[in-house]
Design a protein around this ligand. Structure first.
Ligand code: ADP
Ligand code: ZN
Length: 599
């Protein structure tokens, strides 16, 4: 293990292993197979990169996305490791040159796309050289049920058949048991040791707030907590991504849209800009994300509720891969519930699929409406029981909501649904409860029914929250023809009959987080001198990254810049003690850094 630790320190410049990294590395380096399940940002890459350097021969890494491979290779080259990419985007002569070097065993690691790896030609090629290991990244791509399915991944069992003595490591951030079984089966990993890490992401602050005016709320969230930070904003529709990006730009935030309806060239350009430059907000549909390994995404915002906790966790997981503080922020309201239910009802899918989709949606709603720790709730959902009841880093733990006995209000709402014939949406029902003489109320003569005006004691906003929670709790349901009319359920009858009390959560929008509770952007608390130094380092980093044609984080992570400011090292020995500075980067950049730091 001291060998591995030396590599970690000298080449990668990190002082210690994280989580199960050390165990995985020892296991793989000794020539045995394994399956690694680790959350995004857990540090999966080092699990095979270090054994690749420890073992004789070339390590072959299978990865599904070109951009992902290129960034990994760029980062490896930056620390002085011989690595290259082989994929269809490479011109023929260059591919040939890579193959020549491969035959000469000039690489420690070679990244290949699965379709390339599977060609007879390539398999024959690697049969002629010593192989250190096979790493199968994003191994969940074998799963037909996930949305990242890649048919070629299913043929990767050939690696086992043809090279039974070369150890294999499969890695994924997808945690569920079904996918795990599928990976084992498809890749013939029955004898592999499974390394299962906690899927908790302690550096991510989770928050779900009531939707009032989502664009304005988003803007003030960014302005107060994430000004000049890179972030991802998720929306449901293509049009909304464009509108929201335009609105942010008008208000001084550099934002770019991303969705499947854009011209491929423009879309790729926007993604590239987001990856390479700092401080860019990308406003995207769920089409965006796979293969985004940008470590310094400081926030992920949802303007529409995802349809499952799996989706929510995967999307929010793209924040804070570097382990620094990050936010997962979402606005959520009555319309989200109605819209998602309608989408399930209207879909052409089979009954069984609809049932599964409904269950997943209900779990998502329960997360939104929970009055206990969001993190504990999430871990629980993924079958990992939390070791805490309060995490101290989610909105609920920092600002516990009140619950109130809403039985009477709920009875009024339910009986209003009943009296109006279960044919109307929340807007009209609230008009009736509040005693508003709207045209529709008059036309339907709803000002003559017994529930007209019985809800004047509560503002419309509170009624909306009540209806939203009633749907989430299954005390109301939307009708099946998809117009958003609310209907009673079996459960509502026991409440109407007075056999069951209902407690709801109280809106907590008035309670502003106190300063101490606010998740702070670490860069924002520096004094002026430190801030100037940091700006200089960032400028130098941006310039260097441009010269090398790589994203800024490949040169140094934010964490490294921060440590440079904090420790202000003045010699090369001192520089080596900074996280993220290994011997190669010291040789390359040490003099520049010392010059900036001395001034
Ligand atoms: P994953 O693939 O699991 O999402 P990565 O391998 O991309 O995660 O690692 C996430 C980030 O954490 C990377 O930028 C990596 O350099 C950094 N990292 C990984 N292991 C360590 C470690 N032991 N110490 C410090 N930083 C680490
Ligand atoms: Zn919590």
């Amino acid at each position: 293990m001291s060998h591995a630790l030396n590599i970690l320190k000298e080449i990668f410049g990190y002082p210690a292993f994280r989580g199960q990294q050390a165990d995985v590395i020892t296991h793989l380096a000794s020539g045995k197979d394994c399956l690694v399940l680790m959350p995004t940002g857990g540090g999966k890459s080092l699990c095979y990169q270090i054994p690749a350097l420890m073992r004789n021969g070339v390590a072959i890494v299978v990865s599904p996305l070109i951009s992902l491979m290129q960034n990994q290779v760029a980062a490896l080259n930056e620390v002085g490791v011989d690595a290259a990419v082989l994929n269809s985007a490479l011109p023929a002569e260059e591919a040939q040159a890579v193959e020549q070097k491969l035959l000469a065993c000039d690489y420690d690691l070679l990244y290949v796309a699965p379709e390339r790896l599977l060609t007879r030609r390539f398999l024959d090629l690697i049969a002629r050289i010593p192989l250190a290991l096979f790493a199968i990244d994003e191994a969940h791509c074998v799963s037909q049920w996930g949305h990242d399915f890649r048919p070629e991944y299913r043929q990767l069992n050939v690696l086992h058949t043809r090279f039974p003595n070369v150890p294999r490591i499969a890695l994924t951030a997808t945690a569920d048991a079904v996918t795990r079984e599928e990976i084992i089966e498809r890749l013939v990993l029955y004898d592999a040791k499974i390394f299962l890490s906690s899927f908790d992401r302690p550096n991510i602050h989770y928050r779900i707030v009531d939707k009032i005016n989502s664009k304005q709320q988003l803007l003030s969230f960014i302005q107060t907590e994430h000004l000049h930070d890179a972030g991802i904003v998720y929306c449901l529709s293509r049009k909304k991504t464009e509108d929201t990006a335009a609105w942010l730009n008008v208000h001084g935030i550099t934002a770019l849209p991303y969705h499947a309806g854009m011209r491929p060239h423009q879309r790729a350009l926007n993604q590239e800009k987001f990856l390479r430059e700092e401080n860019i907000v990308i406003v995207a549909t769920v089409a965006f994300g796979m293969g985004i390994d940008k470590p310094d995404v400081r926030f992920v915002a949802h303007l529409d509720m995802p349809r499952s906790i799996e989706g929510y966790y995967q999307e929010t997981g793209r924040a804070g891969r570097d382990g620094q503080k990050a936010s997962a922020w979402m606005v959520y309201g009555l319309n989200d519930v109605i819209q998602q239910r309608r989408m399930i009802e209207e879909s052409e899918a089979q009954a069984q699929f609809k049932q599964t989709a409904t269950k997943k949606l209900e779990a998502m709603l329960a997360l939104c409406e929970t009055i206990t720790c969001r993190r504990a709730h999430l871990l629980d959902y993924f079958g990992e029981s939390a070791t805490f009841t309060s995490c101290g880093n989610c909105d609920i733990c920092l600002n516990p909501p009140d619950s109130w006995d809403a039985t009477i209000a709920v009875q009024k709402a339910l009986s209003c649904v009943y009296r109006t014939g279960q044919q109307f949406g929340a807007g009209h029902l609230i008009d009736v409860l509040r005693g508003n003489h709207t045209i529709r109320v008059m036309q339907r003569k709803h000002d003559h029914i017994s529930t007209f005006g019985i809800g004047q004691d509560l503002p419309a906003k509170t009624w909306r929250a009540i209806f939203r929670q009633l749907i989430a709790l299954g005390l109301l349901t939307t009708d099946s023809d998809g117009y958003g009319a609310l209907c009673l359920t079996r459960a509502s009858r026991t409440v109407l009959k007075g056999q069951q009390k209902v407690f709801l959560r109280r809106q907590s929008e008035h309670k502003k987080l106190t300063l101490k509770q606010q998740p702070v952007n670490d860069f924002s608390i520096l004094d002026q001198g430190a801030q100037r130094l940091l700006d200089q380092l960032r400028n130098w980093r941006a310039k260097t990254a441009r010269e090398h044609g790589v994203p800024a984080y490949v040169i140094f992570h934010d964490a490294t810049l921060k440590e440079l400011v904090r420790l202000s090292p003045q010699t090369k020995d001192e520089l080596l003690r900074v996280t993220g500075i290994g011997t190669h980067k010291l040789d390359k950049y040490g003099d520049h850094l010392i010059e900036i730091l001395r001034n």
